[in-house]
Write a protein that binds this ligand. Structure first.
Ligand code: SF4
Length: 117
């Protein structure tokens, strides 16, 4: 496994891969996977880029009409030195769907509470 930056949120560890950028001459975080398919913490909280468009559940920290992204929402907790952060809004948490027969939750059957996912 390559190098990663580690962050902690509510006791959960989030690892973000980093790579060497020849142009910048420094290590940078690899956000590509998060842009293709947003990740979640082990408890189902979404890990988002600060520039993600705000969702219908947004509660902006100010009344500035220019506040249109997660980075301006009070539910967003940005990792220090990163463009990634965690949303703590309960309606954005990924929940597992119960199987009608066994009551168990298949790993491949998950849903979120958010209407715009
Ligand atoms: S509630 Fe979460 S997903 Fe919605 S705007 Fe706020 S931080 Fe972003």
């Amino acid at each position: 496994m390559g190098k990663v930056n580690r962050y902690e949120f509510e006791g959960e560890v989030i690892e973000v891969p980093v790579y060497w950028d020849d142009h910048l001459q420094r290590e940078v975080e690899d956000y590509e996977d998060y842009c293709k398919q947003p990740g979640h913490t082990p408890s189902g909280r979404p890990i988002l880029l600060t520039i993600e468009d705000a969702c219908p559940h947004a509660e902006m920290v100010d009344d500035d009409p220019a506040s249109i992204d997660c980075g301006s929402c009070r539910h967003y907790h940005q990792f220090p030195g990163s463009l990634l952060g965690v949303c703590d809004h309960e309606k954005r948490r990924k929940k597992k769907r119960r199987s009608p027969r066994s009551g168990l939750t298949p790993a491949n059957k998950e849903e979120t509470l958010c209407e715009n996912d």
